[in-house]
Design a protein around this ligand. Structure first.
Ligand code: 5AD
Ligand code: FES
Length: 373
């Protein structure tokens, strides 16, 4: 039973009055980026296929003001699938039995960066399960190697929850950005999809620490999690507005049959696109990826996201032999491809929908690194 976007999922038709109000609220958000809680909720409760086109168009226009048709590319390296966390939706959490675990050495990571650099990427996203093996010392060493070898790149870390001291040390050692999705801004839902040893408050604390230190920060959430409501999704938008992250990752929840949440419905393409577009209107300058999860859910899911406000893509540059092992959800795309194949595939997709690739570092507009310590 779907609990979000009742009208969108139920193929309902709105009366002219309701439809007009949804359109007016979308236009209001596009103009001054501010809606009250109940106004956000009205949009999500009442939007139907008749109004989504308008929403996507507005989101595209707002993106265009700041970024035109440029799509920034980030080379993604999945360095380890060891994870001590227990997110109930995730196929590589510590309980998952069928996973063959791997981790890359610094040499292997730098090799991936070289491949990515040669393909033109100037941002490397170093992502991992929560793996204590990667001590501050090791990551600092890795950052040093990468920054020495490639002077004109940005490094984005995505290594999960760490202490403020650790985040500070990694920032001082040259990390530029940090991705840590908040997953959901609803405490009830967070607690429903995480074990009791994981903390809603700590996750938020991590995000505010990252912000204070001076990282370009990426938050984000999943759409279609079991028991998620439109009220929960409104909280996500309001939380994002308060936090003001530079990057926002939004993807559909994709049910993994080897997790505690097996047997649940996945999120849908339209639900996710609505939230991508709403996020664009709420934070007009955000760097918003067309996520791999959307591409895995639908053959042209990422292209549709570009048309609905997204402006980043994250081609995989992990060693091909490890890709299938980083199965946070099933039917993930790109697991048999080599990095240069992903590069060509992604460019063709971007160009195919009237966009162009931008191979610059792609910092957030207005971003200035905070060098004070
Ligand atoms: N479906 C979709 N997204 C998932 N993630 C983890 N498991 C799943 C899943 N089953 C997302 C989480 C995490 C990011 C790396 O991937 O939001 O932060
Ligand atoms: Fe949390 Fe994988 S166990 S994202």
């Amino acid at each position: 039973m779907k609990t979000i976007f009742d009208k969108l999922n139920g193929n309902c038709k709105n009366s002219a009055r309701v439809s007009d109000k949804v359109i007016d609220l979308i236009d209001k958000l596009a103009k001054n980026t501010n809606l009250e809680r109940d106004e956000f909720l009205y949009v999500l409760n009442n939007i139907t296929a008749r109004e989504t086109g308008h929403l996507y168009k507005r989101a595209y226009e707002v993106k265009h003001i700041h970024y035109q048709n440029r799509v920034y590319l980030r080379g993604l390296i999945e360095i380890s699938n060891y994870c001590k966390m227990g997110c109930k939706y995730c196929g590589i959490n510590y309980k998952a039995q069928g996973v063959e675990r791997y981790r890359l050495t610094i040499e292997e990571i730098v090799k991936c960066c070289q491949i990515g650099y040669d393909l033109g990427y100037r941002t490397f996203v170093i992502q991992s399960g929560e793996d204590s093996y990667y001590s501050d010392k090791l990551i600092i060493e890795m950052l040093g190697f990468i920054k020495d070898k490639f002077s004109d790149v940005r490094i984005t870390l995505s290594l999960g929850e760490r202490s403020r001291e650790s985040y500070q040390k990694l920032y001082d050692a040259g990390a530029d950005r940090y991705l840590l999705r908040h997953e959901t801004a609803s405490r009830r839902l967070y607690e429903h999809v995480h074990p009791s040893f994981m903390s809603f408050d700590n996750r938020r604390k991590c995000l505010s620490n990252l912000k204070e230190i001076g990282y370009q920060v990426g938050a984000g959430f999943m759409v279609g999690l079991p028991t998620q409501t439109n009220e929960d999704l409104v909280e996500d938008l309001i939380y994002l507005r308060e936090l003001g992250p530079e990057m926002i990752g939004i993807g559909p929840y994709l049910c993994h049959e080897d997790t505690e949440l097996k047997g649940n419905e996945s999120g849908t393409l339209e639900e996710t696109l609505v939230m991508v577009a709403m996020a664009r209107l709420t934070l007009p300058k955000a760097l918003l990826p067309a996520t791999t999860a959307l591409g895995s859910l639908h053959a042209i899911g990422r292209e549709k996201a570009l048309k609905s406000g997204a402006n980043v893509m994250m081609p995989n540059i992990s060693p091909t032999e490890n890709r299938a092992k980083y199965e946070i959800y099933q039917n993930k795309i790109c697991i048999t491809d080599a990095s240069d194949q992903c590069r060509n595939c992604i460019e063709a997709r971007i160009v195919g929908v009237g966009h162009e690739i931008d191979l610059g570092v792609g910092d957030y507009i207005d971003f200035e690194r905070n060098e004070e310590k």
